[in-house]
Each structure stands twice: as C-alpha cells, then as structure tokens.
Design a protein around this ligand. Structure first.
Ligand SMILES: Nc1nc2c(c(=O)[nH]1)N[C@H]1C(S)=C(S)[C@@H](COP(=O)(O)OP(=O)(O)OC[C@H]3O[C@@H](n4cnc5c(=O)[nH]c(N)nc54)[C@H](O)[C@@H]3O)O[C@H]1N2
Ligand SMILES: Nc1nc2c(c(=O)[nH]1)N[C@H]1C(S)=C(S)[C@@H](COP(=O)(O)OP(=O)(O)OC[C@H]3O[C@@H](n4cnc5c(=O)[nH]c(N)nc54)[C@H](O)[C@@H]3O)O[C@H]1N2
Ligand SMILES: [Mo]
Length: 757
C-alpha cells in the first residue's frame, strides 16, 4: 500500500497576535491562581485539590513539570508551580480519546488539526492499531498488540532494524526494562530525548571531571556567593529554581544572567509559597544581565578566563593537586584576542572585565545552564570552558559551588543512569548480562539523528517510542516524517494524542499507559516508581488518582508484555519482575553502581543521593585520576553576511511539544505562536513593520529550507539574532546541523534569511 500523506507540521492558522510589554515579575499570585484555574478547568476541583496536595511529597507523585529537586529533609511543603500545575492538568484531564473518536476522525483529518487541539482531546484510553492501507485507528486487544510487535521483532533481518526511543518522563523501572528489552532484541539503538537536550553537557563533562552530571546539591544555592545562570529561562521552565536563587540572594549572594533575552524570572520573582511577598514587588533576582549574542558565550567565557588569569586569583593548591593541562589552557587563553572576544560576544571589554573580577573573587561559584548552551555546533567546547572556569577557582568538592546543568524532563537523568544509553560502557553491559542472563549486543547504537538517517535509508523496520513525540521534537520535521513513513511498524507508548501517532509507519500501534499521577496496581498490590532529579537524588513517586481508563497498563507492564510476547520468561522473567516493582529494583541494584540497598533506601523520606566524585571528594573518574583543563578556539559565526542566527525556544504556555495555550505571558506575546522576535533596528533596515508576515529560509551546507508566514514582533534581542518557538520552527533546523561530538541538533543556532513574501 502507498504511504499515508498525513501532515507532519501543525497547520498554519489565522492567529491574532497581540503584543504587550514583557512582564517584570514572575510567578507570585498570578502564577498560583492561574495554576489552580488550569487544574480546575481540566481535571475538576476534587482531583486538582487532592493531587496538588500530594505533589512532591515524600509519599506523593513526582511533579512531571521538570527535574528541579525538592528541598532535602522538608519535602512536605506545597512545592509546586504554574508549570507543574499545567503538567498535572493535562494528564489529569477528564476528557477522553475513545475508539469512537478514532472511528469518527481519520488520521488524515486528525493531522489537519493543530498540535494544541490534538492534546486537548484528552487521555488515550485503549490500545489502537492503524492497519496497512487503513485511514482509521481501530481498537486492538493488548495480547494482539504485543503479538504484532513480537511478529515484527521476529521478522527483522537484523536486530539493528529496531529502534527504541525514550522520552524523559519514564520512570527508572520502566526505563531499565526498556533498555533491557532493546538488548534482548539485540540492539543498542536507544535514542532518547537527551540526544536533543543535555547530551552536550554529559559529553563535555565526562572526560574532564569524570561524570556527566551536575556537582551541586540544592542546599548549595543557599551558600553560593555567585551564581551564573547561562542560557536558561527558569521563570518559565524551572520556576521552583527561582526559590533557590531568591534564597541565595537573601544570604547575600549575587546572581548574574547571561542570555540574549532578559527573561522575566530573572528580573523579579514573587515566591508563591510566601504569601507576604505577594504583596510587595518581589525579590529582584539578577544583579546583572549580560545580553550576549546567540552563541556568543564561547567568546564571553574566554574573556572571563583572561581576566581571571590576569587577576591571578586562582586556587593554586587545587590546580596542583587535582588537575592536568593548566599550562596549555593558560597559554591559549592569553593568546585570545580581545577584539574577537568583544565582537563574538557582543559585550564590551569593560563589562566582561567587571564580571571576570566578580568570578575571580568568588569563593563559592555555581554555574547553571540549559538549552541555551547545549544546542549549538560548539556546545561541547563551551561547556568544557565552563568546567575550566570552575577548575581555576577550585569550585568542586566544596559546599556552595559547582556545575549545575539544569535538566529538563523530570526523569531524563535517571533514564540515562539506568541504561538508556546508545553507547553503553562495557562494565554496564557485563553486569546486565550477568543479572539477566540475556546475551547483550556490544556494538553502539543510534542516537536520534542517526536513527532518523537510518529510517530515511530504509534501514529501520520497527520503531517504538516510550513516551515523547519524536516527529515534532526532532529537527527537520519533514525529514523525520519521511523517515517514519519508511518504517514497517511504529509503536507509541503514550498518555496523550500527538503528531507521532499520525505520521507513522505502514502499520502503527498506540499503547496507552498510566500517567504518574495515577494508581498503579500489580499482582502484589499498589506500586510506586522511582526517579532521579537534576541533583542526583533518587526518590519515589506514587500516584493517587483513579486511572483515566480501565484498559490502561503501566509502562513497566507494557514493556514486560512486549518482552514476554517476544521472548517468554527465559532467561529473563518479564512477567515475574512485574508482579512487584521491588523485583525490578533488585535487578537495577545488581547492574547500576550506587544503588546498593535500593529498596530500603528509596523508602526513606526523600530518597538518597547517588555518589558523585567531583561533588563528594573531589575525586575524578578520569583515566589519569585528575580533572582536565581543555583548550578551545573561538567558533566561527554560524550566519554569513545577510543571514541571521535564529534560536528556537519554549513559550510560557507549552511543555515541549505539548501546547497548552497561545500566550507567552512573560514575554508579552499573546494569541500567536508562529512569530519571530526581531531587533527593531534590523526590522527598520529590512523595511519590516511590527506584525508584518515574513518568510524564513534556513541555510546549511548548500541546502535551504523555506517556511512561510511568521509574524514579526519587535523585541529586545541582540542585532542579527532571531527567536522563534519550537516545535513550529523545527522544520527549519537542518538534520545535518549538529553539535560536534554530542550530535545534538543545533536548535539554538540556525542560519536564516528573512524575506517579505
Ligand atoms: N513550562 C515548561 N517547563 C519545561 C519545559 C517546557 O517546555 N515547558 N521543558 C523542559 C525541558 S525538556 C527542558 S530541556 C528545559 C528547558 O529549559 P530552557 O533551557 O530554559 O529552555 P528554552 O526555552 O529552550 O530556553 C533556552 C534559554 O536560552 C537562551 N538562549 C538561547 N540561545 C542562547 C545562547 O546562545 N546563549 C545564551 N547564553 N542563552 C541562549 C534563550 O533566550 C532562553 O532563555 O525545561 C523543562 N521545563
Ligand atoms: N527546535 C527545538 N527542538 C527541540 C528543543 C528545542 O529547544 N528546540 N528541545 C529538545 C528537548 S530539550 C527535548 S527534551 C525534546 C523533547 O522531546 P520528547 O520528550 O519526545 O517530547 P515531549 O513533547 O516532551 O513528549 C510529549 C508526549 O509524551 C507523552 N507522555 C506524557 N507523559 C507521559 C508518560 O507519563 N508516559 C508516557 N509513556 N508518555 C507520556 C504524551 O503522549 C505527550 O504527547 O525536544 C527537543 N526538541
Ligand atoms: Mo529537554
């Protein structure tokens, strides 16, 4: 049969753009009342109130909003935010997508609907199948769905024709089983959302400090004397982090934001849990803001390093005892030219010097970063420059100091820890083999970019997604869609309807699962799962709501069902471990270092910290046992003359590809998402007025991609830079444009020309 021509990109709609002033104050009362409002309208009063009382409590569910940790020891407060409330409401909604819904709507007609509409139809309720040649999903039983997958596995010409994607909301238990399933199929093709997210951070940090994770605890934020927040928008994406920043300020610390945009949370913040502060104007968060050009961080950091070296305020004891490579690093920094630094960063030498002195004088420095640093061609080297700067001052193994890559999805870090790795190391594979009896493959697998390329080449016959929405989340949407259409069977384990259910292989399955807020009942009784936050704390998560439908299975049950259908119970007893998740945790304990006593320790209030050499020692799990200084040249500009550098970011009303609403309240952009933020001097030069529609064309290695009709918003953004929202703008990010080393799509560095239609 021919391929279905479903739409890969949300249709372009009539949008009513209204532009106001960016907000000065984040969160506070507007945040809380809005949160409840969102919860109420979707989930109803009893469910909203009941669930919000248990979120992030020791015995409640882990907030699916982000991976920011909860305070150690007193995790019983009302730790939630607008972001978490929205994430809760979309999951706990009372609306349902039933078989009747699919009988009424063909996949073609569904694909003509906007992404926001798809999500708003409610929770998926039953397993559904899209058969070869059919335009409608129909119900299928769980055993038959698992049977289809097992047939597909048996029909693979080689195990590497299977790809198992993971999104970062999946629990440790489900993720561990998922990775094990892939290895029993015989492949390490385990691309995951990290590949598009913090891969650059892990890839950069592991060789230089011996671990690919952050090295601070939440309590460090109270003690830091300086925190740099680089390439991150916490007001929207990690609102609870603002409490930690405010606490640093109350204790006399300083906070500096480095970002092409002055984001709202970094201006002022009202703590929603401190009623008194709602009355005042809130805490001023950032003491200073550096409006660096997009990807100007490499130059800015180089300037800071030069100032620190000139100042001579280095921790020489630390450098002598703990590091290697200082001389080469020093020499290369000294040779860097100030004109290049100022030109590359867009920040004057005076301003860089001022910040450099503050860094040099800091005794307890934390550097936080997120997607503004990880999604560029030279991301790995920028993050290693951050490590250099921390090493110069000895900011490891010291309370109140360290590296803090702020994770996105609530368990993206845990998924990696328990084996979602496309390039797993030998020790892990050996232990997995020993604990499960499964003969594991040793050849490395695909990341997301490689997986899409393999699909385009017709080398993938089975794609399965554990959560997420790869079609919309990946770069180069049309290419991803072409790849998906080449696959024999595509399977999505999901809670909500999204585009990856509509742009499919020849056949497709939707396997609906429990969400984190829901009760998970197995043979031995009610279960909990575990997750790991941004600061390496493993803790439990237990839902309390009645499941959205009686047909739902938990994620572990779905993986175990597939495992049993494909391989029976030998050598690994899929059905057996499912009866009680403690048994899954027992296997994890045997395979993953740091999980000794998993079942008892995770039952303690707040869970436990995984070991972390640079934080706890410092010790360094590098070949020489020392931390490494590294040398980095300044990058060439992405954009040629006449081109802009475009970043693609999140609005305030979305969770990745889930669109909650059309407003970006903090930035003052209302009613529209197909917008492009632009400096007014650039607009004047091109004869563009606010509200005009322009076409955007991206350019990479001779290939151009054209996307029409973006409304222009005049915004305070460095000249030569543009900002659009993802996922709409993903169509413009070329598949081939990736970060060196980590292979992450360069979603924050796209060379673009702007034209009036
Ligand atoms: N409400 C909500 N919360 C979320 C998410 C969500 O979609 N919605 N997503 C979750 C996920 S998976 C993640 S990974 C995180 C993402 O959290 P963020 O990384 O905060 O997300 P982005 O919107 O991509 O914002 C990137 C920020 O980097 C800045 N930036 C872009 N390019 C550069 C640059 O070259 N240099 C510097 N210095 N700054 C730059 C942008 O202006 C923007 O402020 O949030 C998580 N939390
Ligand atoms: N241009 C551009 N592209 C980007 C980014 C960017 O900044 N710019 N950011 C990248 C980043 S940081 C990330 S992390 C990726 C995100 O990529 P993904 O993780 O693949 O995407 P999400 O939008 O988070 O996935 C949403 C879907 O997950 C499913 N879901 C929700 N909860 C659950 C659950 O509990 N279980 C299961 N099984 N399914 C569930 C729902 O069906 C929902 O539709 O996108 C990346 N793409
Ligand atoms: Mo992410």
């Amino acid at each position: 049969m021919g391929k279905r021509e479903t739409r890969a990109i949300t249709p372009i709609q009539e949008e009513r753009l209204k532009v106001g002033k960016p907000k000065q104050v984040a969160a506070g009362f507007a945040g809380i009342s809005k949160s409840f409002g969102i919860g109420l309208s979707e989930a109803g009063l009893r469910r909203t109130w009941g669930a919000m009382r248990t979120v992030n409590k020791f015995d409640g569910y882990d907030c699916p909003g982000c991976a920011w940790p909860d305070p150690d020891g007193h995790r019983s407060g009302f730790e939630f935010c607008e972001n978490g409330a929205k994430a809760f409401a979309t999951e706990a909604t009372r609306k349902r997508v039933t078989p009747a819904f699919f009988a009424e709507h063909s996949v073609i007609s569904l694909s003509e609907q906007p992404d926001m509409w798809l999500d708003k139809q409610g929770r998926l309720t039953q397993p559904m199948v899209l058969r070869d040649g059919s335009d409608h999903y129909e119900p299928i039983s769980w055993p038959n769905a698992f049977g289809m997958i097992s047939d597909a596995v048996k029909n693979l010409n080689s195990a590497n024709e299977a790809v198992l994607y993971t999104s970062g909301r999946t629990s440790n238990e489900a993720a561990f089983l998922w990775g094990t399933l892939a290895r029993q199929i015989g492949t390490n093709n385990l691309p995951d959302c990290s590949n598009m997210c913090h891969e650059s951070s892990g890839y950069a940090l592991t060789p230089v400090i011996g671990i690919g994770k952050g090295t601070v605890r939440l309590s460090c934020f109270d003690k830091a004397d300086l925190i740099l927040v680089i390439g991150q928008n916490p007001g929207t994406n990690h609102p609870r982090m603002l409490s930690a920043l405010a606490s640093c300020k109350r204790n006399g610390g300083s906070i500096v934001s480095i970002n092409p945009l002055e984001e709202t949370g970094m201006r002022r913040f009202k703590h929603p849990q401190e009623v008194l502060s709602m009355i005042g104007s809130g805490t001023k968060i950032a003491d200073d803001h550096f409006p660096v050009k997009i990807n100007g961080d490499a130059a800015l950091l180089k300037g800071l390093v030069k100032v620190i070296l000139e100042e001579g305020q280095l921790d020489w004891d630390f450098i002598d005892t703990h590091t290697e490579g200082f001389e080469a690093f020093k020499q290369s920094a000294e040779e860097a030219d100030w004109d290049d630094i100022v030109e590359g960063s867009g920040i004057s030498r005076e301003r860089i010097t001022k910040l450099g002195l503050a860094v040099a004088n800091s005794k307890r420095l934390i550097i936080c970063w997120a997607m503004g640093l990880t999604q560029h061609r030279n991301s790995v080297s920028v993050i290693q420059e951050i490590a250099n700067m921390l090493l110069m001052g000895g900011h490891f193994g010291r309370v109140g100091a360290g590296a803090c890559p702020v994770r996105g999805h609530s368990n993206v870090q845990g998924d990696r820890t328990v084996g979602i790795q496309h390039n797993p190391n030998r020790e892990f594979l050996d232990r997995l083999e020993e604990a499960t009896g499964i003969g594991v493959p040793h050849e490395g697998g695909y990341d997301t970019v490689q997986a899409v390329k393999a699909m385009l080449n017709g080398e993938v016959r089975l794609f399965m997604g554990m959560g997420g929405n790869l079609v919309s989340a990946m770069s180069d949407t049309e290419q991803v869609a072409n790849g998906m259409r080449n696959v024999g069977l595509t399977v999505q384990v999901s809670t909500k309807l999204n585009r990856s259910h509509l742009v499919t292989g020849r056949e497709a399955l939707i396997l609906p699962c429990l969400g984190r807020t829901e009760i998970d009942q197995q043979a031995s009784g009610e279960q909990f799962v575990t997750v790991e936050n941004s600061m390496s704390v493993v803790h439990m998560s237990r839902g309390s709501l009645t499941p959205a439908s009686e047909h739902l299975l938990s994620e572990p049950a779905i993986v175990a069902g597939i495992g049993t259908a494909c391989f029976g119970s030998k050598p690994f007893d899929w059905g057996g471990v499912l009866q009680d998740y403690d048994s899954i945790r027992e296997v994890i304990e045997q395979v993953i270092p740091g999980f000794q006593g998993f079942n008892s320790r995770v039952r303690e209030d707040g869970g436990f910290y995984l070991p972390n050499g640079p934080r706890d020692g410092p010790t360094w799990d590098t070949p020489s046992g020392k931390a490494q200084f590294t040398v980095h040249d300044l990058p060439n500009a992405v954009a040629e003359s006449g081109q802009f550098t475009m970043m693609t970011v999140r609005s305030h009303d979305q969770y990745n590809t889930t669109i909650y609403g059309m407003d970006d309240r903090y930035r003052g952009v209302y009613g529209a998402r197909r917008v492009v933020l632009m400096n007014s001097a650039d607009m004047a030069e091109l004869g563009i007025d606010p509200g005009d529609e322009v076409d955007l064309t991206s350019h990479f290695q001779g290939r151009s991609i054209h996307a029409p009709a973006w409304k222009v918003v005049a915004y305070e953004i460095p000249r030569g830079n543009l900002c659009t929202y993802f996922p709409e703008a993903n169509v413009l990010v070329p598949l081939e444009s990736v970060a060196e080393g980590s292979n992450t799509p360069t979603s924050k560095s796209v060379a673009v020309t702007v034209s009036l239609p």
